[in-house]
Ligand binder design. Structure first.
Ligand SMILES: *[C@@H]1O[C@H](CO)[C@@H](O)[C@H](O)[C@H]1NC(C)=O
Ligand SMILES: *[C@@H]1O[C@H](CO)[C@@H](O)[C@H](O)[C@H]1NC(C)=O
Ligand SMILES: *[C@@H]1O[C@H](CO)[C@@H](O)[C@H](O)[C@H]1NC(C)=O
Length: 385
């Protein structure tokens, strides 16, 4: 009986394995050239899937070296992805970044890597919604070597004489899904003067869903990073600005990033101005393990939208934060509904004793847990890092 049992278990298991594996491997040959990858991996952030570069940033190296072996998904995964080279000296496929984006066929189903050789690219770039799976890859070893820069401000006029408005100022705008960028600086060179009109100037706008930024620098002044919509992951990035310089409706995790304020005294602005309209929306900005530094004073966040949600956990916050910490954007009713929290931060700016009483300065672990890792952005579904 026992013997038979074992045997039939084996048969059943084998049958199940065949059922599971059979159709997949049959389909694989066919689909290999056109499959849609519904995730982003390290291979998408690198040029050569087989030459691994273990170049970790200084500062948090311990954790990363333990945690990340950076698996390669191998030839099958990589096959079909295309590399377009941008060289402003004429040695590549395009001399501009936009020219390379224009070379990508619409409704592409495979990753296209745009390798941007070192240089300062003075242009405005748009990645349209019809071109998913694009990687912009510069120099992972030094993100300052490859710069895309422009200088539109909100009060600039378009060809019809209308003001551009903040959202249209972005030096680089990404509307497509599964976007990835590494080793690049995105810059808007407009400098906001406090009290002046129309100085909002976005360096990077990301409106597509499921985007991964690794070792990317985003430089601006007022409204630097428009994290507009979708789920996004910024890992070891450097973001600089002076007023509300991370803003939008994104559901976004910033991990091990440097967030650097260039605020002058008295701006009254914030680092993060997150926009959320209802308690059911799953969006928010979560900063985990980040270094928050620079000049001030500046708020950690202010409520753009009734249910704005911003949380800092395990961050090193230096002494440039307005002691009150958080603002209601002159809408006192938002104090009831905004979710502004801090958990186990350190540094002189992390002193919560003078915070506005309505902020959640003392979140407990259960409350903060959903925001601490990739689960916050459903990363298990679309990131394999
Ligand atoms: C990291 O940076 C610190 C100073 O910023 C320096 O003293 C240290 O040697 C660096 N470590 C490595 C491994 O480069
Ligand atoms: C990074 O690149 C910039 C611009 O090319 C250069 O000025 C800087 O010295 C580089 N940094 C390192 C650490 O190589
Ligand atoms: C925000 O809250 C105010 C006050 O309760 C309300 O009047 C307004 O309609 C709300 N805005 C949105 C977009 O729900």
């Amino acid at each position: 009986m026992a013997k038979l049992g074992k045997c039939s278990v084996f048969v059943v298991v084998a049958a199940v394995v065949l059922m599971l594996v059979g159709p997949c491997s049959a389909a694989a040959g066919e689909e290999m050239q056109t499959f849609d990858r519904k995730f982003i991996s390290w291979d998408d952030a690198r040029l050569d899937a087989y030459s691994h570069s273990f170049d970790f940033d200084n500062g948090t190296e311990q954790q990363q070296q333990q945690g990340e072996a950076r698996p390669s998904y191998g030839e099958e995964y990589y096959r079909g992805s295309r590399v377009i080279v941008v060289d402003q000296n004429g040695g590549g496929d395009s001399v501009t970044v936009q020219g390379a984006v224009d070379l990508v066929p619409e409704f592409n189903t495979q990753r296209v890597k745009i390798h941007i050789l070192p240089g300062i690219y003075r242009e405005k770039v748009v990645v349209p919604v019809t071109k998913p799976y694009i990687s912009l890859i510069g120099d992972e070893g030094n993100m300052s070597n490859t710069v895309i820069t422009w200088h539109n401000r909100a009060s600039d006029l378009d060809s019809k004489g209308m003001e551009l408005g903040t959202f249209s100022t972005a030096s680089v705008s990404v509307y497509s899904d599964f976007f990835c960028a590494t080793g690049i600086t995105f810059e808007n060179t407009v400098v906001a003067v406090p009290g002046d009109y129309g100085n909002q100037a976005v360096a990077l706008r990301i409106s597509g869903d499921k985007a991964f930024f690794y070792k990317v620098k985003i430089i601006g002044s007022q409204d630097t990073l428009l994290d507009d919509a979708g789920s996004h992951y910024y890992y070891q990035c450097h973001i600089l600005g002076s007023i509300d310089f991370i803003f939008g409706r994104g559901r976004t995790l910033f991990r091990d990033c440097v967030v650097e304020s260039r605020a002058k005294h008295g701006h009254g602005g914030a680092i993060a101005a997150h926009h959320r309209d209802a308690a059911e929306e799953d969006s928010g900005f979560s900063f985990v393990g980040c270094l928050i530094k620079g000049t001030g004073k500046i708020l950690l966040g202010r409520a753009w939208g009734n249910y704005s949600r911003v949380i800092y956990s395990y961050c090193n916050i230096q002494d440039m934060i307005t002691p009150e910490g958080w603002g209601d954007f002159n809408q006192p009713s938002r104090r009831q509904t905004a979710v502004f929290g801090e958990y186990r931060c350190m540094g002189r700016g992390a002193d919560t004793s003078r915070r506005v009483p309505w902020s959640k300065t003392r979140l407990n672990f259960q409350q903060v847990k959903p925001f601490l890792d990739l689960r916050f952005i459903d990363g298990h579904q679309w990131l394999r890092l």
